[in-house]
Design a protein around this ligand. Structure first.
Ligand code: NAD
Length: 503
């Protein structure tokens, strides 16, 4: 193999992992799907099938839920919070020890650049787990001074216990396989829940590998179970299952609505992290040296397959041409290629279907009268690559500006002083979504006023999508229900029991 080809090939350890038999993980055992179904996993950079995985159906989901229910009453429930924290810390260490293998597997099935995969494996893998391991020993209730039934002071005691909510069904998308799995597992483990994890059918390998590492770290059998499978079968069965206490879902708004419907049978608790179409507002005094790379990163990170992507830029007319020109130059210099190539800055889209979907949006953009400034087409040959695409002079009546594309397409719209902050906020909020957003200016009054007026779960100032394990994250409007990350991210995994004694 030539040196160039060598740098693009996965390591022997990754090849060995991919060549292995990929089964479901139920009660600590690797088991085939009851139906014998297999799902093919494709490398989106080469279109080659890199592995097949057992595809779970309703029977397998039922077995996994039974195992999770039993584990809730087993060794896991008698462990001290210190021991539970130690297991989570061990899991984090396993991820760091195996970061190269994990990153290569994630790159092979998702297409993202390796450097990003390695970074997120540490920051939103190992460090995220460590953050929540810290919380495991700090979850407690209250004693409350009360007087039920006319009791006098000292005649009664009321205390609350924070109990694990129970069996959690976690359903995740394909756009960031490792972080998505860890964001669900970490708070569920910290609170003492047990989990049935359903990864996306396009990217099941990273989740299976991760949970093998969790077992190595000492997390008891049955605490985490993995049912790789299709959404309409395995996902639906998990969302409907009468013995699941909670669904934690990340994915599209359309499927989020189906999850709500499916969960009504036993009124299980639901949290939803859904789509986005985030605004990025640039005032004329902003530091354009930071704005331009920030806009490129914000829009094209993960090829734009990112729920927080800043896909709608609102730029003051005085700096509009400079910003558009700077972004066009920047994206023109971006190298597209397979994630294992260290020179690649952008990988492929996840699938042929996704490429075709995004190209249909680009065609709609071209027909809408928006000005195509950069990109606008797919790369010929193998792999689902689309050039980073920039449309200027867009407005909020255009489909490309209104709908979540989940691909490398950026819309830039101008504003002027006469719009005022109310006018800018109205345009920024003209969307069904409310996940992220950013304001770029040196004027702290404008920054904070507009940040308060943007209707989203997160707003960043002079940066975009500031994410950290300790910063609460989640969506307003149709971007979701509830919050993940930080202290608030524990709440959906806990229930409160109030106990009162009358002496
Ligand atoms: P998707 O909604 O199609 O699929 C998400 C998961 O749901 C997959 O595991 C899928 O198999 C499963 N699923 C599909 N149909 C189901 C059903 N009927 N019942 C139960 N499960 C079902 O989303 P996707 O295409 O995988 O991911 C892209 C979407 O995810 C985008 O809209 C993006 O914005 C969103 N997303 C949101 C966040 C966030 O934190 N808010 C993060 C990443 C991605």
């Amino acid at each position: 193999m030539s040196a160039a080809a060598e740098s693009l090939a996965p390591s022997p350890a990754t090849r060995e992992y991919l060549a292995g038999e990929h089964l479901l993980l139920i009660n600590g055992e690797r088991v085939p799907a009851a139906s014998g179904e297999r799902i093919e996993v494709q490398d989106p950079a080469t279109e080659e099938i890199i592995a097949t995985v057992a595809g779970a159906g309703a029977d397998d989901v039922d077995r996994a839920v039974t195992a999770a229910r039993a584990a809730l009453k087993g060794e896991w429930s008698t462990m001290t919070s210190y021991e539970r924290a130690r297991c989570i810390l061990n899991f984090a260490d396993e991820i760091e020890k195996n970061v190269s293998l994990i990153a290569e597997v994630e790159v092979m099935e998702n297409g993202l650049p390796r450097m990003i995969s390695e970074y997120t494996a540490v920051k939103f893998g190992a460090e995220f787990l460590r953050y929540y391991a810290g919380w495991a020993t700090k979850i407690h209730g209250l004693t409350i001074p009360v007087s039920p039934m006319d009791a006098r002071n000292g005649e009664t005691l009321t205390y609350t216990r924070r109990e694990p909510i129970g069996v959690v069904g976690a359903i995740i998308p394909w756009n960031a396989p490792l972080p998505m799995a860890i964001l669900k597992l970490a708070p569920a483990l910290a609170t003492g829940c047990t989990i049935v994890l359903k990864p996306a059918e396009l990217t099941p390998l990273t989740a299976l590998l991760l949970v093998e590492l969790a077992h190595k770290a000492g997390i008891p059998n049955g605490v985490i179970n993995v049912v790789a499978g299709y959404g309409q079968s395995a996902g639906q069965a998990l969302a409907e299952h009468p013995d699941v206490d909670k669904i934690s879902f990340t994915g599209s708004t359309a499927v989020g609505k189906k999850i709500i419907e499916a969960s009504t049978g036993n009124l299980k608790k639901v949290t939803l992290e859904l789509g986005g179409k985030s605004p990025f507002v640039v005032f004329p005094d902003a530091d354009l040296e930071r704005v331009i790379p920030g806009a490129i990163r914000g829009a094209f990170f993960l090829q734009g397959q990112n729920c927080m992507a800043s896909t709608r830029l609102f730029v003051h007319e005085d700096v509009f041409d400079t910003v558009v020109h700077g972004i066009a130059q920047g994206v023109g210099a971006m190298k597209l290629g397979p994630g294992l190539d260290p020179a690649s800055m952008l990988g492929p889209l996840i699938s042929g279907d996704q490429r075709d979907r995004v190209m249909a949006y680009i065609d709609a953009g071209k027909e809408s009268g928006a000005e195509l400034v950069a990109g606008g087409d797919a790369l010929p040959g193998k792999g689902f690559f689309i050039k980073p695409t920039l449309f200027a002079r867009t407005n909020m009546d255009m489909k490309i500006a209104r709908e979540e594309i989940f691909g490398p397409v950026l819309c830039v719209q101008s504003f002027s002083d006469s719009d005022g902050l109310e006018g800018i906020a109205a345009e920024a909020n003209k969307t069904i979504y409310g996940l992220s957003g950013s304001v770029w200016t040196k004027d702290i009054s404008i920054a904070h006023k507009l940040a308060a007026m943007i209707d989203s779960g997160q707003v960043s100032i002079n940066c975009h999508a500031a994410v950290d394990p300790a910063i609460p994250f989640g969506g307003n409007k149709q971007s979701g229900w509830g919050r993940e990350f930080g202290m608030e991210g524990l709440e959906p995994y806990l229930k409160t029991k109030a106990t009162t004694v009358l002496y």
